[in-house]
Design a protein around this ligand. Structure first.
Ligand SMILES: NC(=O)c1ccc[n+]([C@@H]2O[C@H](COP(=O)([O-])OP(=O)(O)OC[C@H]3O[C@@H](n4cnc5c(N)ncnc54)[C@H](O)[C@@H]3O)[C@@H](O)[C@H]2O)c1
Length: 381
């Protein structure tokens, strides 16, 4: 085992704001949500998770075996949501529950829109029905931007229009519009601390990788799943450029933003990009090659598959980058791990799982915090 950050230090992260705080996480049984729940539980938060059953088997949530209040429920069920909010009185909500896969959204657009759009409306309405929620951090996506026929070489900024070609991307564009609408109509900043006390913000992160993801149709899970069966993967869209980052990167951004909102800084109640440094935007095949370098069992076929599969591919963006100048300047948020370290940590996690039945998530969090401390990040001070 590597370094484990001592409890005392863990509780002081993000100004110590999460210690003893009632935090409701939607999507806690999923990849990002389970990492967020683990980190928050280490900081001493009182966590209530609300989600459908874990979406895959195996899954990170069950492997962690955390002792949190885990409620299995659908965000489309407003009555149940309201009951949960009334009973548990959360002070901050991190909303991550969604149907997050582009290709599934082509197969099942209705489920994608009902969960990602009406589910988000329900989260805001359930928050409005109680007076305890001081902050809502709504997780949308880098894919929320209007990118049809753009293929910009530069990154999207928070002020660029939202849109989305495919059902998933459009549903996340809608989730952004809804956030704006509720902030204007019900949680207006001019009425903050008079008729309401809730600040809401949205976050657009990049293509997240890290241990514990087994979702279908995602590059790293596809590679490691196949390696575990000694199979090779056919890679679609090998030349697509994406903003890759370790799962802990956007989470440190969400937590830092949550801290600002809980502390009442109302000028942070807006949209935020949390992406990698520009040089860490890489193609799909670059990432596959890097993963293979750190785990030789990985096998894939990019050339043939690109010819074979691309004609029958549903549309996905070719180049997608995020401009994170605003989060760097205003939130003082910066990535901690570059792409090399991200791949190293991710491959190491899956190797430890498949070869030694070991879960390295806590060790990853500790090592991320130590590296953040060495880089003098705002949230560790
Ligand atoms: N993973 C990425 O690269 C990435 C990138 C950008 C944005 N995001 C966003 O981050 C969030 C989390 O993504 P993830 O990668 O952890 O996905 P995931 O599929 O691993 O987890 C999704 C979670 O949402 C829950 N869920 C889905 N529909 C629900 C419903 N109707 N009611 C209640 N719970 C429901 C699932 O049970 C699961 O807990 C999503 O909103 C996704 O759009 C992910």
């Amino acid at each position: 085992m590597g370094i484990i950050v001592e409890n005392r230090k863990m509780k002081k992260l993000f100004g110590g704001v999460y210690f003893g705080k009632k935090v409701l996480i939607t999507g806690h049984t999923g990849f990002k949500g389970s990492w967020l729940a683990l980190w928050l539980s280490q900081m001493g938060a009182d966590i209530i998770g609300y989600s459908l059953q874990p979406p895959t088997n195996p899954n990170h949530f069950d492997l962690l075996g955390m002792k949190i209040n885990s409620i299995i429920g659908d965000i489309r069920n407003l009555e149940k949501l309201k009951q949960v909010f009334k009973e548990h009185k959360p002070e901050i909500v991190f909303h991550l529950a969604a149907q997050p896969i582009v290709r599934i959204s082509y197969i099942n657009p209705i489920e994608t829109f009902s969960s990602n759009v009406m589910g988000t409306v329900n989260i805001f309405e359930a928050s409005r029905a109680v007076f305890t929620v001081k902050a809502i951090v709504n997780i949308t996506s880098d894919k929320c931007y209007e990118n049809e026929n753009k293929e910009w070489l530069w990154g999207y900024r928070e002020v660029d229009p939202v849109g989305g070609f495919d059902p998933y991307s459009a549903s996340k564009g809608c989730a952004e519009l809804i956030t704006n609408c509720w902030r204007n109509s019900f949680f207006n900043l001019k009425d903050y601390n008079t008729t309401h006390q809730t600040l809401i913000a949205s976050c657009r992160a990049g293509n997240v990788i890290g241990g514990g993801d087994w979702a279908v149709d995602r590059l790293v899970p596809d590679l490691v799943r196949s390696a575990s069966k000694n199979e090779s993967v056919k890679i679609r869209n090998p030349s697509a450029v994406r903003p890759w980052q370790h799962v802990l990167e956007p989470l440190s951004g969400y937590l830092l933003l949550g801290q600002k909102l809980l502390d009442g800084y109302y000028d942070f109640a807006e949209a935020w990009n949390f992406g990698p440094s520009d040089e860490d935007n890489a193609t799909v095949v670059d990432i596959a090659n890097m993963v293979k370098k750190s785990w030789s069992k990985i096998r894939f076929d990019a050339e043939n598959s690109s010819k074979l599969l691309c004609q029958n591919q549903p549309h996905e963006a070719g180049i997608l980058k995020l401009d994170c100048s605003k989060s760097r300047a205003k939130l003082k948020w910066l990535p901690v791990w570059d792409i090399k370290k991200t791949i190293e940590k991710t491959s190491e996690w899956y190797r430890a799982f498949y070869e030694f039945n070991e879960i390295k998530s806590l060790e990853n969090i500790s090592s991320y915090i130590s590296d953040a401390e060495n880089k003098n990040m705002e949230w560790v001070k």
